[in-house]
Design a protein around this ligand. Structure first.
Ligand code: HEM
Length: 372
């Protein structure tokens, strides 16, 4: 049996706070902070956003063309503002400050708590997957793809098989976009992913604004994101194209401590860890310490843990322990969660910034204050 903590929070879903408290003693279940906070009413994502783009008025477009990012031209149709810009109606150039981005962070964190009756109790994992899939299309040779553009709003890219299910995350963020209409979708998606990691107990993910939304012509071709049925060579091809090395591939993959696979999205099924809404290094521990066998079922080839048959690994996850170079880093992170958190933060900051033509330097990065 693996020593990774048994914190299978899905069990807490159906019961309100009292049952979370009850679970603590008898089954030695470690209830993450999040599970206490995230008790609430069922609320699935709304319909698809009607507006597909962020049509900047001319003044803002001129500013953007001049390389000035982070400005928003407020007009009477700009929607409600509850940030520092409140009261600035009419034709005003609005330049968001760190305080305004923190307000966006706080609104996302609050919505994560309010909309807790989803999957294992949080939209956090699917928000992280949205930020990753927006960024992971980057191609260092051509400079195309990446989080700049939020082109997954458009059908060709939104319909790519790898992006199945991400509408839930985009819909979750739509009310936030309406509350803060000055933020671009591409900044919002990566900010939300950084917020999700921090709110699920992960490390700080310093983040900076500067992404501009782009039109449908910037959609990337299908096939840039990894295929879970493949092996180590494929992982090196896909992540190498983004500019990541072996250690960085392993650090990025630790995100699979979070969330789950869905039969109606990828076809695969189940969570990787017992605490799918709390970031830990359990993914690496379980990879090494559990016995994994092919699951016998009428679905795509995936592994299940021999002990409980409730956890899963994708063929690409198993590639990390079957390849000597990858395995060395898996062993390191299984031993040392601090090392994982440190490297995970660095590699996520890079991932979210791939291909973004920032007008600011790295010192413009904001470390958001997390919810207490
Ligand atoms: C190594 C190559 C990777 C492959 C083949 C892969 C594949 C997958 C698949 C098949 C799913 C299930 C989707 C579903 O059915 O809902 C998934 C979920 C997820 N992936 Fe990955 N992934 C990879 C890397 C990453 C990276 C680099 C990150 C983030 C840094 C990430 C974050 C996530 C998260 C958080 C989920 C859970 C989503 C949810 O619960 O809705 N993955 N991944």
């Amino acid at each position: 049996m693996a020593t990774a903590s048994r914190t299978f929070t899905r069990a807490l879903r159906s019961n309100p706070i009292a049952s979370s408290l009850r679970t603590a003693a008898p089954r030695r279940v470690v209830v993450p902070r999040q599970a206490f906070r995230q008790q609430g009413r069922r609320g699935y994502a709304s319909e698809a956003p009607k507006s597909s783009g962020n049509a900047l008025p001319i003044a803002a477009a001129v500013l953007a063309a001049a390389g000035v990012t982070g400005y928003y031209y407020l007009n009477s149709n700009a929607g409600t503002q509850d940030s520092a810009s409140q009261g600035q109606k009419g034709n005003t150039i609005f330049s968001p400050s760190k305080k305004d981005y923190q307000a966006v962070y706080d609104a996302i964190a609050k919505r994560l708590i309010d909309e807790s009756d989803y999957d294992d109790g949080s939209y956090g994992p699917v928000l992280l997957r949205l930020g990753w899939h927006a960024s992971g299309t980057y191609d260092k040779e051509t400079g195309t793809g990446g989080s700049n553009g939020a082109t997954m709003r458009f059908a060709p890219e939104g319909d790519h098989g790898a992006n199945a299910g991400l509408k839930a995350a985009r819909d979750f963020l739509e009310p936030i976009r309406q509350q803060f209409p000055w933020i671009t979708y591409s900044d919002l998606w990566t900010l939300a992913a950084a917020c999700a990691i921090q709110e699920m107990g992960g490390p700080d993910i310093p983040w900076r604004p500067g992404r501009q939304d782009r039109d449908v012509s910037f959609c990337t071709p299908d096939g840039r994101l990894p295929d879970a049925s493949k092996a180590h060579g494929h992982l090196r091809d896909i992540f190498g194209r983004m500019g990541f090395n072996d250690e960085e591939i392993v650090a990025l993959s630790g995100a699979h401590a979070l969330g789950r696979c869905h039969t109606d999205r990828s076809g695969f099924e189940g969570p990787w860890t017992f605490s799918p809404i709390t970031l830990t290094n359990d993914y690496y521990k379980l990879l090494l310490e559990e016995k994994w066998q092919w699951r016998k079922w009428n679905g795509p080839k995936q592994y299940e843990d021999k002990g409980t048959k409730t956890l899963m690994m994708l063929p690409t996850d198993m590639a990390l322990i079957n390849d000597k170079s990858f395995r060395k880093t898996v062993e390191k992170y299984a031993r040392d969660q601090d090392a994982f958190f440190h490297d995970f933060s660095n590699v996520l900051v890079r991932l979210f910034e791939l291909g973004v033509p920032f007008a600011t330097g790295e010192d413009a990065r904001i470390t958001f204050k997390r919810t207490e």
